[in-house]
Every structure is written in C-alpha cells, then in structure tokens.
Design a protein around this ligand. Sequence first.
Ligand SMILES: O=C(O)C(=O)Cc1ccccc1
Length: 293
Amino acid sequence: MSEQGYTPTVAYLGPEASFTHVAATHLFGTDGLVPQPTIPDCIEAVTEGRVAYAIVPLENALEGSVPMTIDYLFHGSELFINAEISIPIEQHMMVNEKWKDSLEQLESVRSHPHALAQCHKYLQYHYRRIPLIQTTSTAAAAKYISENPELCIAAIGNSLAAKKYGLHIAEKNIHDFHFNHTRFVVLSMRKGQLEVHGHSELPKTTFMVKLPEDDRSGVLHQILSVFAWRKLNLSKIESRPMKTGLGNYFFIIDVLENEEHPMMKGALEELAALNVTVRSFGTYFSYEQKPSR
Ligand SMILES: O=C(O)C(=O)Cc1ccccc1
C-alpha cells in the first residue's frame, strides 16, 4: 500500500527485474506493478486509463536521453510528470549455467540499446566480432536467454535479472564508466506530485518550449534571460528535433522551482508575450536510490 493509503496500478518497462522495475519498486513497493513489453505500451496504458501511473526511463548519465520516451512523451502526449527517480546502474554479462566455461563460443550478446552502449568499450575489447542484438529491455534479454538454453548467447543486465532468470554472471560491472545513473519519470494524466517519503528538497518543473515561427535572431537568448534575471535555476536544457524538417527544434527545460511560484508565473507570462509556446509537464520531486555499497 502506498503512502496515499491505496495501491495504485503502475505500468513499467518490463519484464520483471528490468532497471525500470527496480525504480518502480523503490517508489511504489511491489504491489500493483504491471509489466509492459515496450515504452510506448507503458505510455498507452496510462493514457487509456488502464493504470494510474507509468514509469519509464528518460535519461542516462552516459548515453543521454532515451529517444523512445522523448518521442512518445513530448510529441503529442497528454501526460504529466509526477515524480522522477535516479538509480545507479551496474551492468553485468550473464549466460546460462551450461555455457559458463565456453564463452569463446558466444554467438551474440543481447540487451537494451542503452545497456549495449554503456558497455561498448568492454564489448569492443573482449567480443569484437560478436553481433550485438538490441532488445526492448535488459530483463527481456535475460529472460530470452533463460528460455533458450541451447543457444550460446549472453545478456547484459542487473544482478536481479540474473537471479530471477537463473543465469550465471560471467563478468560483473562491465559498464565503461563508473558514474552510471539513469533517471526515470513517473507519468499520469493528472498534474500533481507523487508524495513518497524521502524526496529532494527542491521541486522541479519540466517545460517543452517551442520557438516562435518568425525565427528572429536572439530568441533563445531572450528565453534564457526570462529565467536568468528571476534567478530561476535551470537544471537541464536539451534541444530535440521537431520532426518537421532539418534545423527545426524544440527545447526541454527543467527549472528547479514550483510552477505556482510567483516568479515562475511571471516567467511564463513573459514567454507568452515573446510568442514562445510553452507546455508544462508539471512540478514534481526527485528521488534517489543510493548505490548498494
Ligand atoms: O532495460 C532495462 O532494464 C530498462 O529498464 C531500461 C534501461 C536500460 C539501460 C539502463 C537503464 C534503463
């Protein structure tokens, strides 16, 4: 049961033991979690009201944004962000028990594209000519190899997945850089903060900002000044393609303030006066799962 006194249903990028599952459990506990095969399926489940929330990966410290989430969230969704959680990511290489001493026969390595990219140097060095096959999640890769024990293939994922799917960890911590964290967002059809114990002090608000049609010079500078002179601290700005032609971008801007704050209201009014289109994804708090050691 959550702190709200009921158990909400939560769609997450599954299957069980994905990193998203770990993030979901940290915020919601183990009840009410509904695995989905893909990120669009999570977004659809919450948009259609089949679940109260969805939790999906948004951004990784090594690889940047998760394009699938950005595409579905920022291009036409009606969802809001209710919380974010950052968790440390440790990637391990796992195989079926029967292949643990025959890794020279490895035919392919499977994982989520972000996980393969996070271990690219390792794979390049140790398994240079082995095909890398992308899966919808790290746990989906682990599940697949556990269901196909006759194949000499490996998966990259977390230790929970190795345990859940009965796999042998052939090599631990194969991610190329030590500081590997991923940020997940909790989404729903309603604005408002998910109130769980232990959140950040500062609230965060995410905006999607579209520049005016007239393409006048200095407009991005004007937008940034709107926040700067009010001392509204941005924690992120990212440009993404509008998908309407080369050179057309929108911006994702995170501001460390509640959108109801008078300074934020003033900033939004000034942006409107500059003909800048702003869509707010709401104000929410950040959570963090500490590394286990
Ligand atoms: O594949 C998973 O387990 C996910 O939850 C997505 C992901 C992949 C790689 C790093 C963090 C999250």
